[in-house]
Design a protein around this ligand. Sequence first.
Ligand code: GUN
Length: 290
Amino acid sequence: MKIETKLLNGNELANKIRKEIIIDIKEKILKNKKNLPNLGIILMGDNFSSIRYVNNKIKECKNIGIRTTLIKISKNSTEKVLLKEIEKMNKNPLIDGFIVQLPLGKHINQNKVILSIDPKKDVDGFHPENFGKMTLGMNSFYPATALGILTLLERNKIEISGKYTVVIGRSIIVGKPISILMSRKNLIGNSTVTIAHSKTINIKYYTKKADIIIVSVGIKNFLTGTMIKKGSIIIDVGINNISNNKIVGDVDFKSVYGIASYLSPVPGGVGPMTRVMLLKNTLKAALNNR
Ligand code: GUN
């Protein structure tokens, strides 16, 4: 028998949080006659998806009153050139926080790049100082997508404590941070977490038992209805371009619908939550830095 699947509306919730940030900017920045927050973005290369994400991030900032400073460098630039741009952002007092859009070209050492970002300006939360603090349950910048997922669950009053969560994917952007946050000893946490990935044998064995599945593998229709149990909560983090202006997630929406109790759609689920969490981190950086 089919059950009712509720869609987790990321657009609606992101709108609500945007309004909260606008109030914070008014109360904490403008009232104190401080400059508006300024987010730096370094975009290297011409990856179609990266350009689109960056344009969306800039649009989000504009709509809310956060300034942006975009530095574009060619995909053939050397690592030295990229590190120089990062150093300029680190030293520029007018930049509150910044991100280096990933992925980077194969000739660039991503770890070296992450390590070169000033942790105080690392609004992506990828620097080991921030990532480590997150792991230890300390206050720091948390990666936006993970924070977005957690907020989507929390604000929809979905209990995660004691639930069995399977995270599929182990990237620093999604899989690793969300698995840490779901399992931490906190008001929002206390989930039992398994991380599955491309080398996991028989993923279905785990997903069939899961109360919550967070999937971020970049393969359309990866998670199907036969892989999940009735009533499970499915969070789709995938963004797969199937044509110029159509994207789908990693979940086979049709086959999961009617089996899952909650499902985050693509588009309109985790994506807008991620963008709004970057705004939140930028505001946090601005308040910290001044
Ligand atoms: N590429 C895809 N998602 C992200 C993100 O959250 N931060 C950065 N820097 N690059 C990304």
